[in-house]
Design a protein around this ligand. Structure first.
Ligand code: FAD
Ligand code: FES
Ligand code: FES
Length: 1657
């Protein structure tokens, strides 16, 4: 069989037949063009983007059509020309080359314009997504420059005349971006980035202007590679048979008919063959294939049928033809081609005769339809996905189709060609209404699946007077399946009586078509989805599907028919919508409400009624003459806004310079290597996990026999192999490395590498073993064939995981039953009720234990003051009691040092609310106190890991019985330890290496052990190299993400005896008349740990560390329990716990402010830690509040110091002031911390004023930059002024609401010590080995900058700094630098830089003392000359290598004069503030972040460009947590098969991290430019990787306020009760939180009121 020829970047390649059906990306990975990444394998992320180079028959420049190479099978691109990131043409002109990025950016010297811009704009962090973005961006720019659409109409690689006219964009101004606005949004809509926050990617693409067109094309020679290579053209011509037949290997055949007649004949033959095979009991299968994107959703990959029949080359199925009837859209027309046709020809007013040419109705329909089509998936999917494929998937598999809704509303019909083994019936053509086809309704039944070919869709073009409108609501604006969609078509005609309405002649609705599609549960609509979902019983990675219902709202249509197009009549007609929608089988109330909202908007828009009515629809707007009709939100604008960071300090260059990231161009061209690119030897094996599918069930038997019978499968490795092994243990260690285990008394056992037969599946997805095979594809196929048998509770019935299980040969013999199946604990509530708790306090003995849940040290409970006394005085229950928990069993023994005391006196509170208490007595005070209680329940969500590179490892046995493992990990120590434990080897015999990561965010801190240990075990057993790389679905299932929390809080407010005394405080009138202040807060948190502990406890610790934030709360306690659920182990996710802590305290602030009726920002400012007056005079402000006599701050306080005050603050701290500024009482924890500081530290602290947070975190006053940041945000960024604008907007807009919120965040950083090893080589280059993995955070770049700056200290000032390109940062290796721990917690860059600086300083000393004297008084010498002076003939005469172990505290500057005012701390706080402005659509829950302002004190960043990128990226990642990243676990009811506990959102289809269009339209980020020197790192930088994520809480709070405004409207203008908006604020949650609008009734009432008012005039 002939291999497949394809042309990649102009080079002819041959794909072996066995890869014919493999994804193109998988084949490319076997070639030298490895830039594509398979980050999802389902068309959802764009990391695999390549472009097909297509030559139009009309000539001109070729167009570039981007596709997902993870979906396109190799056979589909045979003979085609493909462009990957490596092949982007280099810039043509000398000017561009001169402006190229420095050598340290890596990559070819002359790169493409796009690659250069991506590097120059700091647009890559981990770089894993970057090649995909580079291709997507280049292709869109190329097409824009050449005036072509970039899409061909049909099939995979056919041009339909959309070829490019050269220089089509030349009319635009030279400086204008080639792409912006909608065009740019579309160019990027198919690609995800988890790191950057998109702004730099958007700016890089925007920066390519008309002036760059020549460079974009590249030099003529390079440009030629873009043209279809002659051999490709020849190959295409040579295969012009009527039916091309292509052998795909393994007996599979692809047939490609090139005419309709051939298609009919071929399909008839296949149908007949299948029928006769069935009659004889044999098997013959065939299937139609088109764009091949269906497997992106339905995962039926690879296609197993023996014959694949392509429809792509049949001209009749690729036509876009206008006839007298309307538009004929061939079944194989791609979505993008249809959209291009609509906006190219029809929207321009053309239309090829017939009714289509007569009027604006066509234009509007075409524009609406094209815009809607372009919101389907991403560009690369749309470029391949066909209309026919979409409709067939809708009809047969409940696809949530937009195409069906759109075309059904246009009145389309499908044309089917019947396929039958009966010659008489075969080939008959039949037309039926499209809606009947997809919904199964109508008079004539749809032919059975597989019994037809959808040849065309006939769309009547609208007549004059037909108005068309459509919209979809999804979790993201782009690339997300719809939750609901709707399309409305109204035929309007002038009213017979010519009645006028509102000054214009009224129209009458002559005919209406209202089509809606809604998401339903899987069981609804015939249970097509449920049938597919049944596979979850055996495979936890199966992508669960919802159901989908698409229908006409006939009652609404009937009510509209003949009705005048007036608000009153429309409103009356709409009354039928809500009941019809709510009655849809399986729809939830929120989705039905969203669909109703769409219908309301659509009908008003299509009727051309732009005002809802006179008199408004809400109380607030009652006075307005007219209010806008309900209408959809405009599309989001792509991010713009300002970035501001400190100017570089020349004296420390290149430190503080915005240096381009090392290897930035390597990343953009895709030549940067990741673990997946580590070459393996011939004979290497590939692993795929076999996973337990049912949480709580006992795994009775494992039968690998069927799997091992499959081609390529080699071996199954399971627990039995480990037990039979020599020294190894079935466990991959505990936390960071095995040596830590001793520190964890009472800790539960670690997760086993493989679950043995007879063991219990503790969570769905738990690894049972690996299937090893000769290829990754074979391994994955075989792993699915391993049969697992379970015993489940309570019936103890045995079920076998595959239907065909007949032979139960067990690979692992079942041991005697020692465990029983259980009903899994799948949520916090059930785990709490079962008192399934992790011994948190035993894991973190440095934090005080609580005792409300159990007598042992099960919970943490840091505290301050006397919370119980205050609660008692207020008559409030403790939060733990409010959580509704039954009292714990009587204590056997009290834990020591327990500051909390439980109280069972109050009844449980289950709802949010507030109450005022009578006067009471607390803290021994004798005076009467007025106390008020606010309590509530809140939830903080989980967030899953979507690092773009999935977990991956390559293990290779060594000659001495040792093991070398390349691992995508956050610490080679971790891997070394776990592999050594698994294999029973000494650490010295295990080497772990890592070059870089494609993102990690905590997910590879410990969980990379699992994959590395499994690969190592397999390699040890087989003696062969083993590669194990997880597919996205398996990765998501296995990695439990962040711990979600249930939170109960009780806040006690105390009214101050006197009004604020300072003038400034009194001036803060916007606080309102309240004198209440937050006197105490009790919080009880139940966090969901997974089935094994991993490092979920970090969430508890981080939560306790952040929950006191920067507020002065005299009495505070936060008790945290971590429950053990039967969910995947939870682990660290960027800002673990800290973000939860921030959400909790900020929600308390919001709630309290709402109860008090005061401005929340003002209340926050009043509650901030305050500097006492003596210091304020010198440091912050005249306006800060003073501590009152009884040690509490005044309730009314300013929103921040005035400008003059802030200027005053910029001066040095009052070094003479000696005070403890905290108004809180020192806690035992704080006291312990102080003692632990040691005497030096204490001495320094005596010299400077130190504030303390409630839980004792110390902040030296000069570093307390919150007042300054807050002031800048409030005054300079104008947030105070914006509040008034928001209020005015909300009063005037009943259907859209805005919300604004601003808040602070504090992130506590711990410092430590790390190793570094620096060697100067004799040519002057420098090898640096540092602790720290480069995972996108720019660690290597910062370390290189610090190394260059430090070594340059040996040079005369005029010769500084040395060239950065001298510095090479080595890959991480446990051989080179062991004992370096984990890269994480944001500390690593600063730590690594500090340790490297310490090592470099040793070398500087050597150079100065030994080499400089040899230069004999030369005043100027270069670095190379200096190094040459160390030469000693045969080798260096001096020591040129230095090792250091240390951290920031060891740096000499710590004792320098500059830092005198600031004590060197073992820890420090990173402080920032943010404000967010959001807008929501009350009727659909759609939401936009209009603006976000972030101000951060990052000290003096080593690389401000890197740091600002971290800030933006972290904020946007937090945005996902706040808005869209919903995660849930299968808890299906018993009738539906029971809950397996498997993750539902295990794919990009379901799980929605932010895309480019989600980023705030105006995104202003400022790094404080004159931050005080803090000694927090080399040159005073501060950690930045995680802290900014906390600030995304502002978006949620702003949205919560917008929903409150909506509810207030719904309640007729009354202020609404406080209702928490739970994150992620999905469209359904937002819609629900907006209240019960009953839009039709409200509109009717308003219209009636308007009519009455008019009559009264
Ligand atoms: C990431 C992603 C996101 C998506 N988001 C959306 C979305 O938001 N909205 C939406 O509407 N869709 C969405 N889709 C679905 C997408 O539109 C469909 O996958 C696509 O249209 C199917 O067309 P295809 O040519 O790729 O079909 P294929 O995958 O080639 O085939 C799909 C099925 O249809 C059959 N088939 C194909 N053509 C014909 C024909 N002419 N006659 C009979 N049977 C045929 C095939 O046999 C096969 O069973 C998304 C898809 C992906 C991958
Ligand atoms: S890997 Fe292809 S789209 Fe994600
Ligand atoms: S840089 Fe985009 S995913 Fe890491």
């Amino acid at each position: 069989m002939k291999p497949f020829t394809l042309f990649v970047n102009g080079e002819e390649l041959h794909a072996p037949v066995e890869m014919a059906n493999a994804p193109l990306a998988a084949f490319l990975k076997t070639t030298r063009f490895k830039s594509v990444k398979i980050a999802c394998g389902e068309g959802g992320c764009g990391a695999c983007t390549v472009a097909l180079v297509e030559q139009s028959s009309e000539g001109g420049a070729p167009s570039l059509r981007t596709i997902n190479s993870c979906l396109a099978p190799v056979y589909s691109v045979r003979g085609k020309s493909i462009l990957t990131a490596e092949g982007l043409p280099p810039a043509a002109t000398a000017a561009a080359t001169a402006a190229a990025t420095p050598a340290t950016a890596g990559g070819p010297a002359a790169s493409s314009v796009v690659v250069e811009r991506l590097a120059a704009h700091h647009a890559s962090q981990c770089g894993y997504c970057t090649p995909g973005f580079a291709v997507a961006c280049h292709a869109a720019l190329h097409n824009a420059a050449n005036g072509c659409s970039g899409s061909s109409s049909n099939g995979h690689a056919h041009s339909n005349g959309n070829g490019c006219s050269s220089n089509g964009g030349a009319a635009a101004a030279e400086s204008a971006p080639l792409l912006d606005g909608e065009g740019l949004r579309r160019a990027l809509d198919g690609n995800l980035c988890r790191c950057t926050g998109y702004r730099p990617i958007v700016s890089a693409c925007r920066s390519v202007g008309v002036a760059d067109i020549e460079d974009l094309a590249g030099p003529p020679a390079a440009g030629a590679a873009l043209l279809l290579p002659p051999r490709a053209a020849a190959a295409a011509a040579a295969t012009a048979d009527d039916v091309e037949e292509v052998a795909l290997g393994a007996g599979q055949v692809l047939k490609v008919p090139r005419s309709l007649a051939a298609l009919v004949a071929e399909s008839g033959r296949l149908a007949a063959a299948a029928a006769s095979a069935a009659a004889t009991g044999s098997f013959s299968s065939w299937r139609l294939v088109a764009g091949h994107t269906g497997p992106g959703v339905y995962k039926d990959w690879p296609l197993a049928e023996s014959v694949l029949l392509s429809v792509n080359e049949v001209p009749e199925l690729r036509r876009l033809q206008q006839t007298d009837d309307g538009l004929v859209v061939g079944g194989a027309v791609t979505l993008e081609a249809l959209a291009a046709h609509l906006d190219g020809k029809l929207a321009a007013g053309g239309g090829g005769g017939g009714v289509g040419s007569v009027g604006g109705g066509v234009k509007e329909w075409a524009a609406e339809t094209a815009a809607h089509l372009r919101r389907i998936a991403g560009t690369h999917v749309r470029n391949a996905a066909t209309v026919g494929g979409n409709l067939v998937l809708t009809a047969e598999a409940a696809l949530p189709s937009d195409v069906a809704t759109l075309l059904a509303a246009a009145g389309a019909e499908v044309e089917l060609l019947l396929v039958s083994s009966d010659a008489a019936a075969h080939g008959v053509s039949r037309r039926m209404p499209l809606l009947d086809f997809v919904s199964g309704g109508g008079a004539a039944a749809k032919p059975a699946a597989g019994g037809y070919i959808l040849t065309a869709v006939h769309v009547p073009l609208p007549h004059h007077g037909v108005r068309f409108w459509s919209q979809r609501i999804a979790e993201r604006y782009s690339n997300a399946a719809a939750v609901a969609n709707a399309a409305v078509s109204l035929r309007l005609q002038p009213a017979a009586d010519g009645a006028a309405a509102g000054g214009a002649t009224a129209s009458v609705v002559a005919e209406a078509r209202v089509v809606v599609g809604v998401r339903t549960d899987a069981a609804a609509g015939g249970g097509v989805a449920a049938a597919r979902n049944a596979a979850k019983e055996t495979d936890p990675t199966v992508v669960l599907l919802y159901g989908w219902d698409v229908r006409r709202l006939t009652a609404v249509e009937a009510a509209l028919a003949g009705a005048p197009a007036t608000p009153a009549a429309l409103a009356a007609a709409l009354a039928a919508a809500a009941p019809d929608l709510a009655a849809i089988d399986g729809v939830d109330a929120a989705t039905a409400a969203i669909a109703e909202g769409l219908v309301v908007q659509g009908i008003f828009a299509a009727a051309g009624v732009t005002t809802a009515t006179a008199n408004g629809a809400n109380g607030a707007a009652a006075a307005a003459a007219d209010v806008a009709a309900p209408s959809r939100l405009p599309p989001p604008e792509l991010v713009a806004g300002t970035q501001s960071y400190p100017a570089p300090l020349p004296e420390v260059a290149p430190v503080t310079e915005p240096t381009i990231k090392l290897g930035a161009k390597l990343q953009a061209t895709g030549t940067a290597q990741y673990t997946e690119d580590v070459p393996v030897h011939k004979g290497a094996l590939y692993g795929a996990y076999v996973m337990g599918a049912k949480a709580g069930a006992v795994l009775e038997a494992i039968d690998a026999t069927p799997a091992l019978a499959l081609p390529g499968a080699v071996r199954f490795v399971g627990a039995a192999d480990l037990e039979a092994g020599a020294n190894g243990s079935n466990g991959y260690g505990y936390t960071f490395a095995n040596r830590f285990e001793a520190l964890r008394p009472g800790a539960p056992p670690p997760e086993p590498i493989f679950l043995p037969a007879g063991g219990r599946v503790e969570y769905a997805g738990q690894p049972v073993g690996l299937v090893l095979a000769e290829s990754a594809a074979a391994a994955h196929r075989a792993a699915k064939a391993v049969q697992l048998s379970y015993r489940t509770a309570p019936s103890s019935s045995t079920t076998t995981s595959t239907a065909t299980a007949t032979n139960t040969t067990t690979t692992d013999a079942p041991p005697p039953p020692t465990v029983e199946p259980i009903t899994p604990l799948l949520d916090i509530e059930s785990a709490l009720a079962a008192r399934a708790l992790y011994p948190l306090a035993a894991l973190m003995p440095w934090l005080p234990a609580g005792k409300s849940l159990a007598p042992g040290p099960m919970t943490l409970a840091p505290f301050n003051g006397d919370v119980d006394a205050l609660l008692a005085a207020a008559g409030a229950p403790p939060a733990a009691a409010a959580a509704g928990l039954p009292p714990p069993p009587p204590p056997a023994a009290e834990p020591p040092a327990d500051g909390g005391s439980s109280s069972g006196e109050a009844a449980a509170a289950t709802a949010n609310g507030s109450s005022s208490s009578s006067s009471g007595d607390a803290n021994g005070s004798s005076r009467e106190r007025k106390l008020r209680v606010v309590r509530g329940r809140y939830y903080t969500p989980s967030q899953l890991h979507v690092y773009m590179e999935t977990q991956s490892a390559v293990a290779a046995p060594e000659e001495d019985g040792g093991m070398t493992v390349q691992s995508a990990c956050q610490g080679t120590d971790v891997i070394q330890g776990s592999v050594a434990a698994a294999l029973g080897l000494p650490l010295s015999k295990v080497t772990a290496r890592c070059r870089r990561l494609g993102g990690a965010f905590g997910g590879k801190a410990t969980l990379s052990r699992r994959v590395a240990a499994a690969a190592a075990v397999a390699a040890a057993i087989t003696g062969r190299q083993v590669r194990l790389q997880l597919p996205r679905n398996a990765d998501m299932v296995l990695n439990g993400g962040r711990a979600d929390c249930r939170v109960d809080y009780v806040a006690v407010l105390e009214e101050q005896a006197a009004a604020p005394t300072t003038a400034a405080a009194a001036a803060a009138s916007h606080v309102g008349p309240t004198r209440w202040r937050l006197a105490g807060l009790d919080v009880f948190v139940a966090a969901a740990g997974g089935a094994f502990p991993d490092i979920a406890w970090l969430d508890a610790m981080g939560l306790c560390a952040a929950v006191d934030s920067l507020y002065d709360i005299p009495h505070m306690r936060c008790e945290v329990a971590m429950v053990r659920t039967n969910l995947p182990p939870r682990t660290a996710v960027r800002g673990p716990g800290e973000v939860n802590g921030t959400m909790i305290i900020e929600q308390v602030m919001e709630h309290v402010a709402a109860e008090l009726g005061v401005n929340p920002e003002a209340f926050r400012a009043a509650t901030f830690l305050q500097l006492p007056p003596s210091t304020a005079a010198a440091t912050t402000a005249k306006t800060v509040t003073t501590a009152t006599d009884n040690g509490t701050a005044a309730a009314a306080a300013p929103a921040g110091p005035s400008e003059a005050d802030v200027e005053a603050e910029a001066g040095p701290a009052d070094a003479g002031a000696v005070a403890e500024a905290s108004t809180t009482q020192p806690s035992s924890a704080a006291a312990a911390a102080t003692a632990a500081d040691g005497s030096d530290q204490s001495k320094k602290e005596e010299e400077v004023l130190v504030l303390k947070t409630a839980f004792g975190k110390k902040i030296p006053a000069p570093l307390y930059t919150l007042p300054r940041l807050w002031h800048k945000l409030m005054r300079e960024a104008g947030w105070e002024a914006m509040q008034a604008e928001v209020d005015a907007f909300n009063a005037a807009h009943p259907w859209t609401k805005r919300g604004l919120a601003a808040l602070p965040a504090r992130y506590g950083m711990q410092r430590g010590n790390k190793p570094a090893y620096v060697n100067i080589l004799t040519d002057g280059t420098v090898q640096v080995a540092c602790h720290g993995i480069e995972m996108g955070q720019g660690l290597f770049t910062k370390v290189a900058q610090v190394a260059a700056a430090t070594l340059s200290e040996a040079l005369p000032p005029a010769n500084r700094p040395m060239d950065l390109s001298n510095i090479k940062i080595c890959d991480n290796s446990s051989e080179l630098l062991p004992n370096s721990g984990v890269t994480g917690g944001s500390t690593s860059s600063e730590l690594a830089a500090a340790a490297v600086r310490l090592a470099c300083l040793q070398l500087v000393d050597i150079l100065k003392t030994k080499a400089v004297p040899k230069l004999k008084g030369k005043e100027s010498f270069t670095w190379k000359e200096l190094v040459a002076a160390t030469s000693g003939g045969w080798g260096p005469a001096n020591q040129l290598g230095a090792f250091a172990w240390g951290g920031q505290a060891d740096l000499p500057e710590a004792s320098g004069a500059e830092a005198a005012a600031v004590p060197t701390q073992t820890d420090y706080s990173v402080i920032g503030v943010a404000g967010a402005l959001v807008e929501l659509d009350v009727l659909t829950g759609e939401r936009r972040v209009l603006r976000a302002d972030i101000l951060f004190d990052l000290g003096r960043p080593v690389n401000p460009a890197v740091d600002i990128g971290q800030v933006e990226g972290a904020f946007v990642m937090g945005l996902g947590m706040m808005l869209s990243e919903a995660a849930s676990y299968d808890q299906s009811a018993e009738e539906a098969g029971g809950g397996t506990g498997a993750l539902v959102q295990n794919s990009t289809w379901h799980y929605k991290p932010p895309a480019a269009a989600c980023v705030p339209a105006q995104f202003n980020v400022t790094l404080l430019d004159d931050a005080p020197l803090s000694q927090a790192g080399p040159i005073s930088s501060k950690a930045c990787g995680e802290p900014p994520l906390l600030l995304s809480t502002a978006v949620l709070m702003a949205l919560q306020r917008a929903t409150a405004a909506a509810r207030a409207d719904a309640a007729g203008g009354c202020s609404a009760d406080f209702v928490p908006l739970i994150a992620p604020a999905t469209v359904q949650r937002v819609r629900t939180a907006c209240g019960d609008w009953n839009a039709a009734e409200r509109l009717q009432k308003a219209a009636a009121a308007a009519a009455t008012a008019k009559a009264g005039k």
